[in-house]
Design a protein around this ligand. Structure first.
Ligand code: RBF
Length: 171
């Protein structure tokens, strides 16, 4: 059923690479903190569950989602992580501020990814209502912070595996 595939928080843990050697940055927006902190909890616990070491997880907070790319760039410059996870929640209001913020964050993070060759994960809820956000921060649609953590592990492992020395085949 199509709707079953939408809750990616229910993933097969056995397919997730080991994260014990991966360094992570996490950037959390303080706007809608009751939601972004729930995303953070899901994200952090998921990294630990897959072997990440607490000393290898560098967390910073920024005022709002608009500041996520700048915060991510600072963490990247200071800690040289393999992946940076950006968590935010932008809820549509009476004006179209949400469109400007969402576009800016998406462009900012993809630019950072392409410029650095590292993963900058878009863990931003972009909802019409607060309830939709709650549903995706530990509610009926799972926790998108969990999914952001899995995406970060997979992308960091992809880079590590491709850059590892090749085994010789044959003679
Ligand atoms: N930041 C968020 O992370 N989520 C929001 O829903 C959100 N709504 C905003 C609405 C308006 C009208 C404004 C001006 C800002 C909003 N921000 C929001 C804050 C924004 O991401 C940023 O922190 C500030 O604009 C300062 O650059």
């Amino acid at each position: 059923m199509a709707s079953a595939l939408q809750n990616l928080s229910q993933y097969d843990a056995s397919t997730v690479p080991d994260a014990s050697e991966i360094i992570f940055g996490i950037v959390v927006a303080e706007w809608n903190a009751h939601i972004t902190h729930a995303l953070y909890e899901g994200c952090y616990e998921t990294l630990l569950k897959h072997g990440a070491r607490p000393e290898n997880i560098h967390t910073v907070q920024v005022p709002g989602s608009f500041e996520l790319p700048a915060g991510a760039r600072i963490v990247h410059g200071q800690k040289n992580p393999d992946a940076v996870i950006c968590l935010g929640c932008v809820i549509k209001g009476e004006t179209n501020h949400n469109e400007y913020i969402n576009q800016a964050v998406a462009h900012g993070l993809v630019n950072l990814s392409l410029a650095t060759g590292k993963a900058f994960i878009f863990g931003v809820l972009t909802t019409d209502t607060e309830q939709q956000a709650l549903d995706r921060a530990g509610g009926k649609h799972g926790n998108k912070g969990v999914e952001a953590a899995i995406a970060a592990i997979r992308m960091a492992a992809l880079k590590r595996d491709l850059s590892a020395p090749k085994k010789k085949i044959g003679f």
